[in-house]
Design a protein around this ligand. Structure first.
Ligand code: NAD
Ligand code: UGA
Length: 354
């Protein structure tokens, strides 16, 4: 199969590209505007092109025409950006992605579109004023209503843009003009997830903040006490499911598929505690800092317009129907992810760079 990966230089993209190159079954063309992470793979016979889906339409169009399946990962996927630049998030995550949809329709190509578990929004329990700790309500692709907070909480622009894209794909599917599959990832982590804040500008996702604290001594901040839940999936497990989706077009035709690990559900406070325990047990060396753990409000951490998803447990019946199951529990997920960052940090220390 000729696979075109758009956004292949990001966290999920580079791990998926690496697996596909290792399998050697398919012909992969990878596209991104950044090549820092994917440069690790460029000594393989990977065909990588530095293209912008919003500006290099003619080039991307030709690549779509030459492929069998397009996997679109391009998005802003970082909650701090949803709060800081909601219009920019809508533009990239909906408007620019729609160009790819149109290209796939024009050339009659199958599209695998990355959406998000954030489309589910908050739980019905929270919306009804109930406590989602005592009312777990797993999220099922074709049954669960999608509930978001008010417009003044612009955090929901990301979920809203992704949801609109999903609804448009569904509409084109009904018309018979597009074959699509939507993937809703539930909090993947692993090697090459975001940068550490001490090493680059910006506000990454939670693991990178905690890893940064353990390596550089910045406080580990629990937003609103770390009471929100997340269910984490190790990236290799997630990639395994993605490959099954790519290779099963008939089963996945015009389907939305959750990829997640319900057994790896933790509160962010528990997630923080496991990070600290794993670091202390497996990686701590003399001279490493001991950061404090503090609680901050969502507004202090992200600015006004933030609202959290209280709990999101995936129903994974469809993913299991592809013969998939995740193999990594929560501790091993954190252990493998940390190993990558700690080894990079120790190498920097050895070179006298930190
Ligand atoms: P990421 O930010 O690491 O990757 C996105 C990639 O898109 C980046 O490499 C970026 O350079 C690229 N990109 C941005 N604008 C571009 C443009 N105009 N042209 C070409 N490339 C461009 O994010 P990720 O974590 O790898 O997520 C990939 C996809 O999965 C996104 O659609 C995201 O919304 C979705 N998702 C991810 C997770 C997760 O757990 N990581 C969860 C839910 C949804
Ligand atoms: C993420 C992002 O929206 C996307 O990458 C993706 O679509 C989706 O969810 C996913 O990964 O499945 P979120 O889980 O809220 O959103 O992102 P994080 O920044 O990792 O935050 C997780 C939780 O940790 C939130 O409750 C947040 O408030 C909290 N947090 C974050 C902290 O307590 N401390 C921090 O330093 C950072």
């Amino acid at each position: 199969m000729k696979i075109l990966l758009l956004g292949a230089g990001g966290f999920i993209g580079v791990n998926l590209t690496e697996r596909l190159m290792k399998d050697g079954v398919h012909e992969v063309t990878a596209v991104d505007i950044q090549d820092e992470k994917i440069s690790e793979l460029l000594d393989t016979d990977l065909h990588f092109l530095h293209l912008d889906i919003s500006k290099d339409e003619a080039e991307v169009d030709k690549l779509v025409a030459a492929s069998d399946v397009v996997v679109d990962l391009v998005a802003f996927a970082n909650p701090s950006l949803y709060v800081e630049d909601p219009v920019g998030v809508f533009d990239l995550n909906f408007t620019q992605n729609m160009k790819v949809v149109q290209q796939c329709i024009r050339h009659k190509k199958r599209l695998i579109q990355f959406s998000t578990c954030e489309v589910y929004g908050i739980t019905a329990a929270k919306a009804m004023g109930l406590d989602s700790r005592t009312h777990p309500m797993p999220f099922s692709e074709d049954e669960t209503p999608l509930i978001m907070g008010p417009v003044k909480n612009q955090r929901w622009i990301y979920a809203c843009a992704k949801q609109l894209l999903e609804r448009v794909l569904h509409g084109y599917g009904l018309r018979g003009s597009l074959e699509w599959t939507v993937i809703r990832p539930f909090n993947f982590i692993g090697p090459r997830i975001d940068f550490l804040p001490s090493e680059a500008q910006g506000n990454p996702r939670v693991f990178s903040h905690f890893m940064n604290g353990l390596l550089y001594g910045t406080p580990l901040k629990l937003v609103d006490g770390g009471t929100a839940y997340r269910a984490y999936t190790y990236i290799d497990d997630a990639v395994d499911c993605m490959v099954r989706i790519i290779e099963n077009p008939e089963k996945c035709k015009n389907q939305i598929i959750n990829i997640g690990t319900p057994d790896n559900e933790v509160t962010i406070k528990e997630f923080c505690d496991i990070c600290v325990e794993v670091f202390n047990t497996e990686f701590r060396q003399p001279g490493d800092p001991t950061p404090e753990i503090v609680s901050v409000t969502g507004e202090e951490f992200y600015g006004p317009g933030y609202e959290d998803c209280d709990r999101r447990i995936p129903v994974v019946t469809k993913a299991r129907g592809l013969g998939w199951t995740s193999k990594h529990d929560m501790r091993s997920t954190i252990l493998h992810t940390m190993k990558y960052f700690v080894e990079k940090h120790r190498a920097k220390q050895a070179r006298g760079e930190v």
